[in-house]
Ligand binder design. Structure first.
Ligand SMILES: [Zn+2]
Length: 445
């Protein structure tokens, strides 16, 4: 498990204290005179970068993309947004990006920041916990101990994510009778402490089942707090009824104007029924369209092709997204089919190191790389497209090689990587050299 040394990680508090500190210490940002000069939640007023590498088009040979064209530019940032992309001027009074490639900042759309071993001693998961119900029993003993340090550990994970180029996460947070609302409150503290350098949205997650553990009241209280999504968990396997749990979640989401993001591990008939029942509820309640997600959704990996095509089309039509933390053992999710139908697909680390899983690296660029490997996406064009898994859909070039990012007015949340183009960044999981969150430099290496 990689940890971030104090040397390489610039703490969010004070990292923008003074341009002069950065000028003295920075590698990539060595020679700049125009530096971010404000701290706090206010976006930096004005900031110019020079020698920024941006993708400008594809190079074709016999109709095939054989390379990606790039150029060096100046990028002007103001008020947390990209104000302008200008011709380069190596002599400009500006922060020197040294030819590194600028990409949209990465997004981790499925993680549990509230319960982790990360930030403490190494600990692998235990073999005795086989089923989700085993895990619930285990958590009932483990959570009180984890809660003692959960704010600190959430901050450590956020720092890890930042070092991998991620400036935003959707975190599930346990809502159950053991931790009550404390997981949520502790995580909210961590997010508040990091708010100038990291964005987050939260899913109230009934990890111990809604009815199985009598979490209804806690879920209702959480829904009235500052969360964004109502979560769920294997409705049939844990609560004994697809309809009962989904109806509860849907109503709670509608009553509070929230989205939905449920964990669905269970396969077979109940898994498929959950997908179809929830999709139907979203069609009946358009307020949920575009705000409803199925995390994991392994049942899709086991459907016969005609059924998979039918379900994928329904998901796209209802605007229900799928969040896949690929890979997951030998289960190969049908991500290319989902994309072909226009289903929103996102990814995340899920766990970094905790009692569920021990393999999280913190990098969603690594997930793009895994997707490329799993589905044989090895050409320049295909690799460049795989970047969208890390950036939540934003790509510098469209299918034809026309530049579509960055544009004036785009949020100035960007990453600088040591790569010549997106395809190389995905194939090599290129090192992240800097992360800018809403105009503020929050990490550099
Ligand atoms: Zn999860």
């Amino acid at each position: 498990m990689e940890s971030i040394s104090r040397k390489t990680f610039i703490q969010s508090s004070g990292l923008l204290l003074a341009g002069e500190i950065l000028v003295k210490k920075a590698g990539a940002f060595a020679s700049g005179a125009t530096q971010p000069t404000e701290t706090g939640s206010k976006p930096v007023k004005k900031w110019m970068l020079k020698n920024v590498r941006l993708e400008t088009g594809f190079v074709y040979e016999d109709g095939e993309v054989i390379a990606t064209e790039t150029g060096l530019f100046r990028v002007e940032i103001e008020g947390g947004k990209i104000k302008a992309v200008l011709p380069n001027d190596p002599k400009a009074d500006a922060t020197d990006a040294k030819g590194q490639l600028m990409l949209p900042a990465f997004r981790d759309m499925h993680i549990h920041l509230d319960k982790t071993y990360y930030g403490g001693p190494w600990k692998a998961r235990l073999a005795k916990n086989r089923s989700v119900k085993d895990m619930i029993a285990f958590e009932q003993k483990e959570l009180p101990e984890l809660l003692k340090t959960s704010t600190y550990r959430a901050e450590k994970i956020i720092e890890l994510l930042q070092s991998k180029g991620t400036n935003f996460a959707r975190s599930h947070v346990n809502i159950e009778p053991t931790s009550k609302l404390d997981s949520l409150k502790n995580l909210q503290k961590a997010i508040e402490n990091k708010k100038d350098s990291f964005g987050a949205e939260l899913v109230a997650f009934p990890q111990h089942g809604v009815f199985y553990s009598h979490s209804e009241q806690w879920m209702k209280e959480a829904a009235a707090m500052d969360i964004d999504f109502i979560g769920g968990l294997d409705p049939n396997a844990i609560d004994g009824s697809v309809e009962k749990q989904i109806d509860f979640i849907v109503q709670l989401a509608l009553d509070h104007g929230k989205g939905i993001d449920i964990h669905l591990h269970e396969g077979g008939e109940p898994g498929l029924k959950t997908v179809e029942y929830l999709t139907q509820k979203v069609i009946e309640n358009p307020a949920l369209a575009g705000k409803t997600f199925l995390s994991h959704c392994f049942v899709l990996a086991r459907l016969e092709k005609p059924k998979l095509e039918e379900v994928s089309e329904k998901l796209a039509h209802a605007r229900v997204g799928v969040i896949s933390t690929i890979p997951f053992g030998s289960t190969i999710m049908p991500i290319p089919t989902l994309y072909r139908h226009g289903v929103t697909v996102m990814t995340g680390n899920d766990s970094i190191v905790d009692h569920w899983n021990t393999f999280g690296s913190g990098s969603v660029l690594q997930k793009s790389n895994l997707m490329a490997q799993l589905y044989g996406q090895s050409t320049e064009l295909d690799l460049s497209r795989c970047l969208k898994l890390a950036t939540c859909g934003i790509l510098p070039l469209d299918e034809k090689g026309k530049q579509q990012w960055p544009k004036a007015g785009d949020e100035a949340s960007v990453v600088l990587v040591d790569a010549s183009c997106s395809a190389e960044a995905v194939a090599r999981i290129s090192p992240v050299k800097a992360l800018v969150h809403r105009g503020n430099l929050v990490y550099r290496n």
